[in-house]
Design a protein around this ligand. Structure first.
Ligand code: HAM
Length: 414
């Protein structure tokens, strides 16, 4: 029998995994400079948590969740995103009692039963951040500046920051009404899902991916024309901070996010190096969500980066940092083999990557292996070296070579 991974799921193997680790290291450093601390939340949650936050009429909740009953017949869902779990944890652990703002980051797999295609998987990884307790536009700007610094540190180019405001519960009703009127005049041509969305939540028609719906919604009203005074001021202040911070952005009034919890600022970063699925990162404000989950009124804002898309860009730019051994210790004979093992152990204790040869391998094949591994050096140990205590080393990049006392090996490679 042959086994393979499920559709839309993939293994992340070396050397690709080194890119992933680099992204995670850079994220950790950049987020730490903005005061974000790691939070680890479960991969499964009660289904209600996602329905309540992401919204019943969204594609994610309607079609894409991996939902099942556990042995006690509870409805469980594999998390399709991280924000809902972080907010659940924030409320459950009374983190609102701590000094505000509370800032967290998280990473791990998310699950959406979508049609797999380039850049779209059923298990995909996100690194996300969430900040609680600040309503001021300054926090929106800090979020975008942190995202910019993170992407810049990774050397990403050709990115566009799309920014929008989708208003609040005060201004959204008049926008919904305008959308309802616009869409109901031409609803015949829309897909079955959009026909249903018209009454439920006409905003969701704006992120339908069906071609006919995309065509028919051209010219629909834009939210920014409906913002209440507070939302308008908030949005314009965010934009002026972005200008001050020299973060290039485009205002994109057509960008509605596929999750219902957003209020006010939303954003998405797209890359010209990706195909149809070109959003590398996305996020926004969710000032009502903590309250909806039973906590006190606490504004929140965050974003998540898609690891597969990010690493695809890094890979296509040839930016691959593959670790190589510092030294391969090639040995001739049993005694030299044992000595090689001891020397390798000493080096490894100092954190130096050392490889040993194995029995039955000729010197030639050990040297070939050093080449294949792109080892920086080889050390050769045979009977002569054992008796003299001096080892021959060779640097493979330039062919230089020399001798070194066995007792000084660690210092030499350090
Ligand atoms: P999202 O836009 O659904 O937002 O996802 C964020 C990012 O995850 C996307 O921009 C994309 O890079 C990646 N992504 C999403 N779906 C897939 C998929 N099927 N395959 C591969 N990559 C994917 C959220 O998840 C929000 N929780 C972000 C957020 C945090 N908002 C506030 N805080």
């Amino acid at each position: 029998m042959k086994y393979s991974a499920l559709k839309g799921m993939q293994d992340i193997l070396p050397p690709d995994v080194f890119l992933w680790q680099r992204v995670e290291d850079v994220a950790k450093d950049v987020f730490a400079a903005y005061g974000f601390q790691e939070m680890r939340v479960p991969i499964i949650e009660s289904t209600d948590i996602f329905i309540r936050s992401i919204g019943e009429a969204t594609d994610i909740v309607e079609k894409e969740m991996y939902t099942f009953s556990d042995k006690a017949d509870r409805s469980i869902t594999l998390r399709p995103e991280g924000t809902a779990s972080v907010v659940r944890s924030y409320v459950q652990n009374h983190l609102y009692n701590l000094t505000s703002p509370q800032k967290f980051y998280y990473s791990g797999p998310m699950f959406r039963y979508e049609r797999p295609q380039a850049g779209r998987f059923r298990q995909f990884y996100q690194i996300g951040v969430e900040a609680f307790g600040v309503e001021e536009p300054k926090m929106d700007a800090e979020m975008l500046s942190m995202l910019r610094l993170f992407l810049e540190r990774l050397g990403l180019k050709g990115l566009t920051f799309h920014v929008n405001s989708i208003g609040c519960e005060k201004c959204r009703p008049s926008y919904r009404k305008a959308l309802y009127e616009f869409f109901s005049e031409r609803i015949e041509g829309f897909c079955v899902d959009c026909k249903r969305r018209l009454d439920h939540n006409p905003l969701r028609i704006l992120d339908c991916k069906v071609d006919a719906c995309i065509r028919l919604r051209q010219g629909s009203p834009v939210i920014t024309a409906f913002l209440c005074n507070e939302c308008d001021v908030h949005f314009n202040t965010v934009l002026s901070f972005l200008e001050k911070l020299a973060i290039p952005f485009v205002k994109n009034p057509n960008m509605v996010r596929g999750l219902d919890y957003y209020t006010r600022t939303t954003f998405e970063v797209t890359s010209e190096h990706l195909g149809a699925q070109n959003a590398v990162a996305a996020g926004g404000r969710y000032d009502r969500l903590v309250k909806d989950f039973g906590g006190p009124h606490t504004p929140g804002i965050g974003f998540a980066v898609g690891m597969e898309r990010l690493t695809t860009i890094l890979k296509s730019s040839g930016d691959q940092d593959i670790p190589v051994p510092e030294v391969v210790i090639a040995t001739i004979g049993e005694d030299a083999g044992t000595k090689g093992l001891c020397i390798a152990d000493m080096l490894r204790e100092k954190g130096i990557w050392a490889e040993v040869g194995y029995s039955g391998n000729s010197l030639k094949s050990q040297l070939r292996r050093a080449d294949r591994l792109s080892s920086k050096h080889v050390l050769i140990i045979g009977d002569d070296e054992l008796s003299s205590g001096m080892l021959k080393w060779k640097r493979l990049s330039d062919g230089s070579q020399g001798e070194i006392a066995m007792t000084e090996v660690c210092d030499f490679f350090k």
